[in-house]
Design a protein around this ligand. Structure first.
Ligand SMILES: Nc1ncnc2c1ncn2[C@@H]1O[C@H](COP(=O)(O)OP(=O)(O)OP(=O)(O)O)[C@@H](O)[C@H]1O
Length: 316
Protein backbone atom coordinates (compact mmCIF):
# COMPACT_ATOMS: atom_id res chain seq x y z
CA UNK A 1 0.00 0.00 0.00
CA UNK A 2 1.33 3.48 -0.86
CA UNK A 3 0.89 5.77 2.14
CA UNK A 4 0.64 9.55 1.65
CA UNK A 5 3.38 11.85 3.04
CA UNK A 6 2.28 14.49 5.61
CA UNK A 7 2.25 16.87 2.62
CA UNK A 8 -0.43 14.69 1.04
CA UNK A 9 1.84 13.42 -1.76
CA UNK A 10 1.97 9.61 -2.07
CA UNK A 11 5.33 8.04 -1.10
CA UNK A 12 6.74 5.62 -3.67
CA UNK A 13 7.79 2.36 -2.04
CA UNK A 14 11.63 2.01 -1.99
CA UNK A 15 12.84 -0.80 -4.22
CA UNK A 16 15.78 -2.43 -2.38
CA UNK A 17 18.80 -2.96 -4.65
CA UNK A 18 19.70 -6.63 -4.89
CA UNK A 19 23.22 -7.44 -3.71
CA UNK A 20 25.79 -8.22 -6.38
CA UNK A 21 25.79 -11.86 -5.26
CA UNK A 22 23.72 -13.85 -2.80
CA UNK A 23 24.70 -17.47 -2.21
CA UNK A 24 22.72 -19.66 0.18
CA UNK A 25 23.71 -23.09 1.44
CA UNK A 26 25.44 -23.92 -1.80
CA UNK A 27 26.76 -27.43 -2.39
CA UNK A 28 28.61 -28.39 -5.58
CA UNK A 29 29.89 -31.77 -6.74
CA UNK A 30 32.49 -31.78 -9.49
CA UNK A 31 31.66 -34.32 -12.21
CA UNK A 32 34.27 -36.97 -13.01
CA UNK A 33 36.33 -35.62 -15.93
CA UNK A 34 36.05 -38.80 -18.06
CA UNK A 35 32.92 -40.68 -17.09
CA UNK A 36 29.48 -39.59 -16.01
CA UNK A 37 28.98 -43.01 -14.45
CA UNK A 38 31.79 -42.41 -11.96
CA UNK A 39 31.03 -40.68 -8.65
CA UNK A 40 31.49 -36.90 -8.67
CA UNK A 41 33.81 -35.24 -6.11
CA UNK A 42 31.98 -33.21 -3.45
CA UNK A 43 33.81 -29.85 -3.49
CA UNK A 44 31.48 -27.39 -1.73
CA UNK A 45 29.32 -28.44 1.21
CA UNK A 46 27.76 -25.33 2.72
CA UNK A 47 28.61 -21.94 1.27
CA UNK A 48 26.54 -18.88 2.16
CA UNK A 49 27.55 -15.26 1.68
CA UNK A 50 26.37 -11.95 0.31
CA UNK A 51 28.59 -9.70 -1.80
CA UNK A 52 27.24 -6.15 -1.38
CA UNK A 53 26.60 -4.08 -4.51
CA UNK A 54 29.24 -1.40 -5.18
CA UNK A 55 31.87 -3.10 -3.01
CA UNK A 56 34.95 -5.26 -3.40
CA UNK A 57 34.47 -8.69 -1.86
CA UNK A 58 37.39 -11.07 -1.32
CA UNK A 59 36.89 -14.83 -1.13
CA UNK A 60 39.78 -15.94 1.03
CA UNK A 61 40.95 -19.45 1.82
CA UNK A 62 43.88 -21.79 1.71
CA UNK A 63 44.55 -24.13 -1.26
CA UNK A 64 41.60 -26.40 -1.91
CA UNK A 65 39.20 -24.33 0.23
CA UNK A 66 36.77 -24.07 -2.70
CA UNK A 67 37.33 -20.57 -4.06
CA UNK A 68 37.58 -21.49 -7.75
CA UNK A 69 34.63 -23.86 -7.46
CA UNK A 70 32.47 -21.07 -5.99
CA UNK A 71 33.45 -18.77 -8.89
CA UNK A 72 32.71 -21.49 -11.45
CA UNK A 73 29.27 -22.06 -9.92
CA UNK A 74 28.57 -18.31 -9.90
CA UNK A 75 29.36 -17.99 -13.57
CA UNK A 76 27.17 -20.96 -14.45
CA UNK A 77 30.01 -23.36 -15.33
CA UNK A 78 29.08 -25.83 -12.57
CA UNK A 79 25.60 -26.80 -11.42
CA UNK A 80 24.67 -26.50 -7.74
CA UNK A 81 23.83 -29.86 -6.13
CA UNK A 82 21.94 -27.90 -3.46
CA UNK A 83 21.31 -24.32 -2.42
CA UNK A 84 20.83 -21.19 -4.47
CA UNK A 85 22.87 -18.54 -6.28
CA UNK A 86 21.70 -15.09 -7.26
CA UNK A 87 23.93 -12.85 -9.37
CA UNK A 88 22.91 -9.22 -10.04
CA UNK A 89 19.38 -10.08 -8.97
CA UNK A 90 19.10 -13.07 -11.29
CA UNK A 91 18.97 -16.68 -10.18
CA UNK A 92 21.75 -18.85 -11.58
CA UNK A 93 20.17 -22.25 -11.61
CA UNK A 94 20.43 -25.68 -13.15
CA UNK A 95 18.94 -24.46 -16.43
CA UNK A 96 21.20 -21.42 -16.56
CA UNK A 97 24.62 -22.48 -17.78
CA UNK A 98 25.71 -19.25 -19.45
CA UNK A 99 27.66 -16.55 -17.65
CA UNK A 100 25.02 -14.12 -16.34
CA UNK A 101 24.71 -10.87 -18.27
CA UNK A 102 26.74 -7.94 -16.91
CA UNK A 103 29.44 -10.17 -15.42
CA UNK A 104 33.09 -9.95 -16.54
CA UNK A 105 35.33 -12.89 -15.67
CA UNK A 106 39.11 -13.08 -15.34
CA UNK A 107 40.05 -16.77 -14.88
CA UNK A 108 43.12 -17.89 -12.95
CA UNK A 109 44.95 -19.09 -16.06
CA UNK A 110 45.33 -17.46 -19.49
CA UNK A 111 42.63 -18.72 -21.85
CA UNK A 112 43.52 -16.82 -25.04
CA UNK A 113 45.95 -18.19 -27.65
CA UNK A 114 49.55 -17.04 -27.12
CA UNK A 115 49.85 -15.60 -30.62
CA UNK A 116 46.82 -13.35 -30.21
CA UNK A 117 47.14 -9.57 -29.85
CA UNK A 118 44.68 -6.93 -28.66
CA UNK A 119 43.36 -6.73 -32.24
CA UNK A 120 42.34 -10.40 -32.17
CA UNK A 121 40.41 -9.83 -28.94
CA UNK A 122 38.61 -6.84 -30.47
CA UNK A 123 37.82 -8.84 -33.63
CA UNK A 124 36.45 -11.75 -31.57
CA UNK A 125 34.23 -9.44 -29.53
CA UNK A 126 32.92 -7.84 -32.76
CA UNK A 127 32.08 -11.30 -34.14
CA UNK A 128 30.26 -12.24 -30.95
CA UNK A 129 28.36 -8.96 -31.01
CA UNK A 130 29.20 -8.30 -27.33
CA UNK A 131 29.32 -4.73 -26.08
CA UNK A 132 33.03 -3.91 -26.02
CA UNK A 133 34.72 -0.53 -25.59
CA UNK A 134 37.33 -0.61 -28.37
CA UNK A 135 38.97 2.64 -27.31
CA UNK A 136 39.08 1.90 -23.57
CA UNK A 137 40.75 -1.50 -24.09
CA UNK A 138 43.94 -0.18 -25.78
CA UNK A 139 44.07 2.73 -23.32
CA UNK A 140 44.02 0.33 -20.37
CA UNK A 141 46.71 -1.80 -22.04
CA UNK A 142 48.86 1.28 -22.51
CA UNK A 143 48.42 2.18 -18.81
CA UNK A 144 49.88 -1.24 -17.98
CA UNK A 145 52.80 -0.78 -20.37
CA UNK A 146 51.47 -3.27 -22.93
CA UNK A 147 52.01 -2.46 -26.62
CA UNK A 148 48.80 -2.87 -28.69
CA UNK A 149 50.58 -5.20 -31.12
CA UNK A 150 52.22 -7.34 -28.42
CA UNK A 151 51.42 -11.04 -28.63
CA UNK A 152 49.94 -12.46 -25.42
CA UNK A 153 52.70 -15.07 -25.30
CA UNK A 154 55.33 -12.33 -25.09
CA UNK A 155 53.81 -10.70 -21.99
CA UNK A 156 55.08 -11.07 -18.44
CA UNK A 157 52.82 -12.78 -15.86
CA UNK A 158 51.68 -9.43 -14.50
CA UNK A 159 51.02 -8.06 -17.99
CA UNK A 160 49.05 -11.19 -18.92
CA UNK A 161 46.78 -10.61 -15.93
CA UNK A 162 46.50 -6.89 -16.77
CA UNK A 163 45.59 -7.85 -20.36
CA UNK A 164 42.80 -10.15 -19.16
CA UNK A 165 41.53 -7.54 -16.69
CA UNK A 166 41.50 -4.85 -19.42
CA UNK A 167 39.60 -7.18 -21.78
CA UNK A 168 37.03 -7.90 -19.05
CA UNK A 169 36.66 -4.25 -18.02
CA UNK A 170 36.14 -3.19 -21.65
CA UNK A 171 32.85 -5.12 -21.57
CA UNK A 172 31.71 -2.60 -18.93
CA UNK A 173 30.69 -5.28 -16.42
CA UNK A 174 28.45 -4.52 -13.45
CA UNK A 175 30.25 -7.33 -11.64
CA UNK A 176 33.86 -8.28 -12.24
CA UNK A 177 34.92 -11.72 -11.03
CA UNK A 178 38.66 -12.39 -10.73
CA UNK A 179 40.09 -15.76 -9.80
CA UNK A 180 43.42 -15.42 -7.95
CA UNK A 181 44.44 -12.27 -9.86
CA UNK A 182 47.41 -11.68 -7.55
CA UNK A 183 49.06 -15.07 -7.58
CA UNK A 184 51.65 -14.41 -10.24
CA UNK A 185 52.20 -10.72 -9.53
CA UNK A 186 55.06 -9.00 -7.74
CA UNK A 187 54.22 -6.15 -5.29
CA UNK A 188 54.57 -3.48 -7.99
CA UNK A 189 52.33 -5.37 -10.44
CA UNK A 190 49.81 -5.90 -7.61
CA UNK A 191 49.56 -2.20 -6.89
CA UNK A 192 49.29 -1.42 -10.64
CA UNK A 193 46.41 -3.87 -10.89
CA UNK A 194 44.68 -2.46 -7.81
CA UNK A 195 45.05 1.08 -9.25
CA UNK A 196 43.60 -0.08 -12.58
CA UNK A 197 40.60 -1.67 -10.86
CA UNK A 198 40.11 1.24 -8.50
CA UNK A 199 40.13 3.77 -11.36
CA UNK A 200 37.47 1.87 -13.24
CA UNK A 201 35.28 1.10 -10.27
CA UNK A 202 35.21 4.20 -8.12
CA UNK A 203 33.45 6.33 -10.74
CA UNK A 204 30.34 4.20 -10.47
CA UNK A 205 28.95 3.11 -7.09
CA UNK A 206 26.96 0.23 -8.51
CA UNK A 207 29.91 -1.75 -9.88
CA UNK A 208 31.07 -4.64 -7.77
CA UNK A 209 34.11 -6.90 -7.66
CA UNK A 210 34.49 -10.44 -6.37
CA UNK A 211 38.03 -11.76 -6.24
CA UNK A 212 39.49 -14.92 -4.82
CA UNK A 213 42.86 -15.02 -3.16
CA UNK A 214 44.85 -16.92 -0.58
CA UNK A 215 47.00 -13.86 0.05
CA UNK A 216 45.52 -10.44 0.71
CA UNK A 217 48.92 -8.72 0.70
CA UNK A 218 48.59 -5.40 -1.07
CA UNK A 219 44.80 -5.68 -1.32
CA UNK A 220 43.76 -4.95 2.26
CA UNK A 221 42.86 -1.29 1.67
CA UNK A 222 40.99 -2.20 -1.52
CA UNK A 223 38.75 -4.91 -0.07
CA UNK A 224 35.51 -3.96 1.72
CA UNK A 225 34.02 -7.35 2.49
CA UNK A 226 35.65 -10.66 3.40
CA UNK A 227 34.34 -14.19 2.97
CA UNK A 228 36.57 -16.86 4.47
CA UNK A 229 36.23 -20.42 3.15
CA UNK A 230 37.63 -23.63 4.53
CA UNK A 231 37.10 -27.14 3.15
CA UNK A 232 34.09 -26.12 1.09
CA UNK A 233 32.36 -24.19 3.87
CA UNK A 234 32.00 -20.53 4.78
CA UNK A 235 33.64 -20.05 8.16
CA UNK A 236 33.50 -16.27 8.49
CA UNK A 237 31.99 -13.38 6.61
CA UNK A 238 31.80 -9.67 7.25
CA UNK A 239 32.54 -6.10 6.45
CA UNK A 240 36.29 -5.61 6.95
CA UNK A 241 35.81 -2.66 9.30
CA UNK A 242 33.22 -4.55 11.36
CA UNK A 243 35.54 -7.54 11.58
CA UNK A 244 38.25 -5.19 12.84
CA UNK A 245 35.96 -3.73 15.45
CA UNK A 246 34.87 -7.15 16.60
CA UNK A 247 38.37 -8.51 17.16
CA UNK A 248 41.57 -7.71 18.96
CA UNK A 249 45.00 -9.07 18.26
CA UNK A 250 46.41 -10.80 21.31
CA UNK A 251 50.05 -11.71 21.67
CA UNK A 252 51.01 -14.53 23.99
CA UNK A 253 54.51 -14.68 25.48
CA UNK A 254 56.54 -17.85 25.02
CA UNK A 255 55.28 -20.61 27.28
CA UNK A 256 52.02 -18.89 28.23
CA UNK A 257 49.52 -21.60 29.23
CA UNK A 258 46.55 -20.09 27.40
CA UNK A 259 47.99 -19.94 23.85
CA UNK A 260 45.08 -20.92 21.58
CA UNK A 261 45.57 -23.85 19.27
CA UNK A 262 46.61 -22.53 15.87
CA UNK A 263 47.82 -19.14 17.10
CA UNK A 264 50.43 -17.77 14.71
CA UNK A 265 53.98 -18.27 16.02
CA UNK A 266 56.02 -15.06 16.05
CA UNK A 267 59.59 -15.68 14.92
CA UNK A 268 61.80 -17.92 17.06
CA UNK A 269 60.93 -16.37 20.40
CA UNK A 270 58.10 -18.83 21.01
CA UNK A 271 55.58 -15.99 21.33
CA UNK A 272 52.31 -16.40 19.45
CA UNK A 273 49.58 -14.19 18.16
CA UNK A 274 45.85 -14.81 17.74
CA UNK A 275 42.82 -12.86 16.69
CA UNK A 276 40.21 -12.86 19.46
CA UNK A 277 36.49 -12.15 18.95
CA UNK A 278 35.25 -9.31 21.17
CA UNK A 279 31.58 -9.48 20.25
CA UNK A 280 29.42 -12.04 18.54
CA UNK A 281 28.46 -9.90 15.54
CA UNK A 282 30.31 -12.26 13.24
CA UNK A 283 28.89 -15.38 14.82
CA UNK A 284 31.73 -16.15 17.22
CA UNK A 285 31.33 -16.01 20.97
CA UNK A 286 33.23 -13.16 22.64
CA UNK A 287 36.64 -14.28 23.82
CA UNK A 288 36.86 -16.97 21.15
CA UNK A 289 40.20 -17.16 19.44
CA UNK A 290 39.94 -17.49 15.68
CA UNK A 291 42.06 -20.48 15.01
CA UNK A 292 43.36 -22.16 11.96
CA UNK A 293 41.62 -23.61 10.14
CA UNK A 294 38.77 -21.31 11.22
CA UNK A 295 40.60 -18.26 9.99
CA UNK A 296 43.74 -18.45 7.89
CA UNK A 297 46.65 -16.49 9.34
CA UNK A 298 46.74 -14.12 6.46
CA UNK A 299 43.33 -12.71 7.29
CA UNK A 300 44.33 -12.04 10.88
CA UNK A 301 47.53 -10.41 9.78
CA UNK A 302 45.85 -8.32 7.17
CA UNK A 303 43.20 -7.14 9.60
CA UNK A 304 45.86 -6.37 12.17
CA UNK A 305 47.94 -4.44 9.67
CA UNK A 306 44.93 -2.47 8.51
CA UNK A 307 44.04 -1.57 12.08
CA UNK A 308 47.56 -0.20 12.46
CA UNK A 309 48.33 -2.66 15.21
CA UNK A 310 51.93 -3.61 15.58
CA UNK A 311 52.45 -7.34 15.51
CA UNK A 312 54.17 -8.52 18.65
CA UNK A 313 52.46 -6.21 21.14
CA UNK A 314 50.10 -7.45 23.82
CA UNK A 315 46.72 -6.00 22.95
CA UNK A 316 44.57 -7.51 25.67
N1 LIG B 1 38.40 -31.04 -11.53
C1 LIG B 1 38.31 -31.49 -10.28
N2 LIG B 1 38.14 -32.80 -10.04
C2 LIG B 1 38.03 -33.27 -8.78
N3 LIG B 1 38.10 -32.50 -7.67
C3 LIG B 1 38.28 -31.20 -7.85
C4 LIG B 1 38.40 -30.61 -9.15
N4 LIG B 1 38.57 -29.27 -9.01
C5 LIG B 1 38.56 -29.03 -7.67
N5 LIG B 1 38.39 -30.17 -6.99
C6 LIG B 1 38.33 -30.30 -5.53
O1 LIG B 1 37.41 -29.36 -5.03
C7 LIG B 1 37.92 -28.74 -3.85
C8 LIG B 1 37.94 -27.24 -4.03
O2 LIG B 1 38.87 -26.92 -5.06
P1 LIG B 1 39.07 -25.44 -5.59
O3 LIG B 1 39.93 -25.51 -6.81
O4 LIG B 1 37.75 -24.78 -5.71
O5 LIG B 1 39.87 -24.77 -4.37
P2 LIG B 1 40.63 -23.37 -4.32
O6 LIG B 1 40.27 -22.76 -3.02
O7 LIG B 1 40.34 -22.57 -5.54
O8 LIG B 1 42.12 -23.84 -4.29
P3 LIG B 1 43.45 -23.15 -4.89
O9 LIG B 1 43.75 -21.96 -4.03
O10 LIG B 1 44.47 -24.22 -4.75
O11 LIG B 1 43.18 -22.78 -6.32
C9 LIG B 1 39.28 -29.34 -3.59
O12 LIG B 1 39.15 -30.32 -2.62
C10 LIG B 1 39.68 -29.94 -4.92
O13 LIG B 1 40.49 -31.06 -4.74
Amino acid sequence: MIRPEPSGRPVEPQCPVAPAIRVQQLAVDIPHPRSRYRAPTPALHDISFTAPRGQVTALVGTNGAGKTTVLRALTGALRPAAGSIEVLGRTVGPADRACPEGVGVVPDAPVLPEEWTAQDVIALRRCLGDPFDTSLFPRMLQASGIRPRAMIGSLSAGQTTAFAVAAALATDPQLLVLDEPLTRLDPLARSTLVDLLRDRLTDDDSRSVLLSTHDLEGMDCFVDHLVVLHEGRTVLEGDVDELLEAHVVATYPAGAPQIPLGARPLGRSGAAEALIATDDSVGLAPGTALREPDLPDLVGLTLAARAGRAIGEDRR
